[in-house]
Structures are given as structure tokens and as C-alpha cells.
Design a protein around this ligand. Sequence first.
Ligand SMILES: [Zn+2]
Length: 142
Amino acid sequence: MVIPCWKVGDGHSTLFWLDNWLGECPLARYFSRLYALAENKLITVSEMFSLRWGVGGEAWKWRRRLLAWEEELVVECVDCLSSVLLQEGVIDGLPTKDNLYKRGAIDTPQLSCATLCGKAEDRDHVFFQCEVYGRLWLLISK
Ligand SMILES: [Zn+2]
């Protein structure tokens, strides 16, 4: 899985709509219609990311209900965002289920560990808590 990244540090001091952090111009200009409808025009990249900016994510808050063609703009915008990796996410940028969920790549029912151990899959689970992966790491380290 190759994830090209635009580095904006952890995104805490980058304004999602107004700073020129993704592509050639600010998202407010590229997606001017969405910007006009956005409830919080000063939201940061990291706030948007942590609220989940996938399709249907909490990050998208609008002043009114979107029309069908505006919804398509959101999908287009989400597409641009799908390759963004925030710097604090570098260590935790592994394609674990919780990270894929944050990026909007998978839905809630798919959050459980790939080994079918029944627990939710995140970095700590994969490296330190999962019994199945634990045995695998032992085998690999020998
Ligand atoms: Zn597991």
C-alpha cells in the first residue's frame, strides 16, 4: 500500500480551507462552493483529520443540507484527502484498521483485527496485545 504524502507536520497550525497545503491552491478556492457552505471556516487540518474526513465523516459540517452535485464535490475533495498522511501519524501511519477507518477507507464493522482474534485492530494491538500477531512476531524474530 503506497501512500503519497503532503507533509503539513501534525496539521495543528495549518488551516484546512485557507492554507495552501494540498495541491496548487487553498481548498477554499478549489472547492469554493464547499467553503461557502462550511460551518467552520477556520478549522485546522488536524481537527478535520481527527473528526474523520472520509465520506460521511464528522469533519464535514455544513450550514445547510447539501445538494446532490455538492455531495459530489465532497467526494472529490475526500479523494484528494485520501492520500494525506499527517506527520504525527508517521509512526502510527501503519495501515492498521483504526487508521484506515480514520481515513475513511473502511467502515465500523471492519475494525476488528485481521487475525479474527475478536479485538479492535490498532498499532498497540498489532504489536503488543494480539496473541496471534504476538506469535507471528516471535517466529519472525527467530
Ligand atoms: Zn488481534
